[in-house]
Design a protein. Structure first.
Length: 81
């Protein structure tokens, strides 16, 4: 999934990465496009030509959740963070 989906030139780009044997899966996305990343992970699981499985999708979705949590912490008051 490539960045640059039209949400703006100044949008922050995040990366999810997984190395599995000889394969390297890398997803770049703009903040706010997390739902599209999840859709892409599901699509990749269904493509049999890759060794990408549900566990791999779970690992990357966990990374995605960590990115979201970090992003949300920036909106909290300093005492609550």
């Amino acid at each position: 999934m490539a960045a640059g989906t039209g949400t703006g030139a100044g949008a922050e780009v995040k990366t999810l990465s997984l190395v599995k044997g000889r394969e390297h899966f890398c997803f770049r996305y703009e903040v706010g496009q997390e739902a599209k990343v999840l859709d892409a992970l599901v699509e990749l699981v269904h493509r049999r030509e890759f060794g990408f499985e549900w566990f791999d999708a779970a690992v990357l979705s966990h990374q995605l959740g960590q990115h979201l949590a970090k992003e949300l912490r920036t909106y909290l008051p300093k005492k609550a963070a």
